[in-house]
Design a protein around this ligand. Structure first.
Ligand SMILES: [Zn+2]
Length: 369
């Protein structure tokens, strides 16, 4: 095991003789093993999801889980008579997790071997190890954020939303409107930044700039009058999507320099990225400022390049860039530029935000600036 093993994002449980003592089909009153409920709630509070791959009768097993009070902790359970490796793969696919972030626990060596054979990256544990799991490094994230604690709720809301989308007849835009989406953009405080740190660390992010700003640097910039550190959260009638974006802007009198923009790809389907860019363009237009966005191409952020250009950013040689040194050689980072004009408010979501234009004008006209 390496010093920093990849964290487990979902633990898949066998039921008979792993979660409970005995075999359900022989004894309908099987009891949970002692203290396993604590293991499940502890890992859940760390943002680790639980699921089930069990060879059992679905209705009977789920009923027993409901009686134990633990049913709500399990997402995407696979209870039936198929191969466990298929169940584990289906769970990983449904959650969009790589197999290397899945763990599987089963009392039977043959089942563990079957899963290992087909999914070698999945980490397998014997039932005797159940109580020791919370003490293992791979189950111990260093930072547990507000969003991590609510991760299961967020996934459960996602599944309900997806189910409703499946049965929705009509254009996608009508479906988006039916969600009552609400984007809240706010100036970051310390707690927001810990959520953002997770966002910028998670591999699912799309870091538009491709430039990393460490947590201490961002924390330091919160206090700078000419910098703006903003976090973005998205919610709808199914629940919250949590923190989905972060922006770092530096104000100059003629141009706003967008130094960092990262958005979660979880919310791409809601058009959150373009709503955010349009909002920013509109704010800059109100302040009479141009926009300059840092961009360093990486393997992962091609979609952000597309989003920038779709929003109207281009490779201009505007004077505003020269004025503030942004046209200087900065290695593989270049600046995309836009002359901001007012934009219409989005039709698919409500946006709540601070008034950046007023702040920027105040900063630009302040003495000593
Ligand atoms: Zn310009």
């Amino acid at each position: 095991m390496p010093d920093n093993p990849v964290l487990v994002k979902c633990l898949v449980w066998d039921l008979d003789n792993t979660l409970w003592r005995g075999t359900l089909l022989e004894d309908p009153d099987v009891e949970l093993f002692d203290r396993l409920g604590d293991v499940i709630t502890t890992l859940d509070s760390r943002g680790i999801l639980h699921s089930i791959a069990s060879k059992n009768d679905y209705d009977l097993a789920w009923q027993r889980l409901e009686q134990t009070g633990l049913a709500e902790y399990f997402v995407q359970p696979r209870i039936g008579w198929g191969r466990k490796s298929d169940s584990v793969r289906e769970i990983a696919d449904a959650l969009q997790f790589a197999p290397g972030t899945i763990a599987f626990i089963d009392d039977l060596p043959t089942e563990r071997a079957e899963v290992s054979f087909h999914l070698p990256e999945v980490r397998c544990y014997s039932a005797e190890q159940a109580l020791s799991l919370p003490g293992l490094q791979e189950f111990s994230p260093v930072v547990v954020t507000v969003d991590a604690k609510r991760r299961r709720e967020m996934y459960q809301a996602n599944f309900r939303r997806d189910a409703e989308k499946e049965s929705f007849n009509g254009p996608d835009e009508d479906f988006l409107r039916s969600l009552d989406l609400r984007m809240v953009i706010k100036r970051a405080d310390d707690e927001d930044l810990s959520r953002v740190e997770e966002l910028t660390l998670r591999t699912s992010q799309m870091n538009a700039t491709g430039v990393h700003y460490s947590d201490p640097v961002l924390r330091g910039l919160i206090a700078e009058a000419d910098h703006e550190v903003l976090t973005v959260t998205l919610s709808d009638r199914f629940g919250t999507h949590g923190a989905v974006g972060v922006l770092l802007i530096e104000y100059h009198p003629t141009v706003w320099h967008l130094k960092l923009l990262a958005t979660s790809c979880r919310v791409v389907t809601f058009g959150a990225g373009s709503v955010l860019l349009n909002w920013l363009v509109d704010q800059a237009a109100q302040a009479g400022a141009h926009l300059a966005a840092d961009f360093r191409p990486t393997e992962r952020n091609r979609m952000m390049d597309v989003a920038y250009r779709f929003a109207g950013f281009a490779d201009d040689n505007c004077e505003c860039l020269t004025d503030v040194g942004l046209s200087d050689d900065r290695g593989d980072i270049h600046c995309l530029h836009l002359t901001a004009v007012r934009r219409a408010a989005p039709t698919t979501m409500e946006v709540v935000s601070p008034d950046l234009a007023a702040t920027a004008v105040r900063v630009a006209t302040a003495p000593f600036n």
